[in-house]
Design a protein around this ligand. Structure first.
Ligand code: NI
Ligand code: MN
Length: 230
């Protein structure tokens, strides 16, 4: 079983067997977050790409806890320069092990830039992850457009797909339903919506449409809410 907590945007924690995986830790400055970054004590952090709403508090949390950070090679090099010591860099197609599970780097169609000390930088290429943890297989899509190779990801037997539905910066609800059909996950959890004005979506409608048009069951969580994936 995994206890899944939604922080907001694409930030989640997955807890199983006393280990906690933190995904895309955008907490400070996240308008919908109900917790503070200081309250998080992960054993592993996964970062999909370098946009501020995903990299978020990763440096501060990693330095405070000493947890391992799994991310693209180029983002790992940047984090190393910022003083993060416990890094596990990877790249597409590769699977890396962490305490309690594994994460496989899979593609995502998006960009990966941010402003660092007033300088515009673009590092790495956005990724998604296939996470095996707590006896479950989770596809964390990151920020992405719909793409046909999601069908290959689905061949890995996905229990839960975490998909962006916000539109504007990622795929919207209609493409997320097409993605759900390609992945064929038992459960689909929408994210990356209602954090900012440009990504307002009706998640209840998404769940209803998803369940009418695919075999997947929708899980809709408000920021601060939890779900036990059994
Ligand atoms: Ni992004
Ligand atoms: Mn984003």
């Amino acid at each position: 079983m995994i206890k899944l907590d939604y922080i907001g945007q694409s930030a989640f924690t997955l807890e199983a067997n006393g280990k906690t995986v933190l995904l895309d830790p955008f907490v400070t400055g996240n308008p919908v977050a109900t917790i503070s970054a200081d309250s998080l004590n992960p054993t592993t952090i996964l970062i999909s790409h370098a946009h501020g709403d995903h990299l978020g508090d990763a440096v501060a949390i990693a330095k405070r806890t000493g947890c391992v950070v799994i991310t693209l090679v180029e983002i790992a090099e940047y984090l190393s320069e910022k003083g993060v010591e416990n890094l596990q860099p990877g790249n597409f197609g590769g699977t890396v092990a962490f305490d309690g599970g594994t994460a496989k780097f899979v593609p995502a169609w998006h960009t990966s830039s941010f402003t660092d000390d007033g300088q515009k930088v673009a590092i790495g290429i956005p990724a998604g992850f296939i996470i095996r943890f707590g006896g479950k297989t989770i596809y964390f899509a990151g920020d992405t457009a719909l793409f046909g190779d999601m069908k290959l990801i689905g061949e890995e037997g996905i229990d839960l797909a975490i998909l962006p539905i916000g539109d504007n910066y990622t795929m919207g609800p209609a493409d997320a339903i097409r993605a759900a059909r390609l992945v064929g996950a038992t459960f689909v959890l929408p994210c990356h919506y209602n954090t900012f004005p440009l990504i307002q979506q009706d998640a209840a409608k998404f769940k209803a449409d998803l369940e009418a048009q695919t075999e997947s069951k929708g899980i809709v969580l408000s920021p601060g809410a939890s779900y036990d994936l059994v």
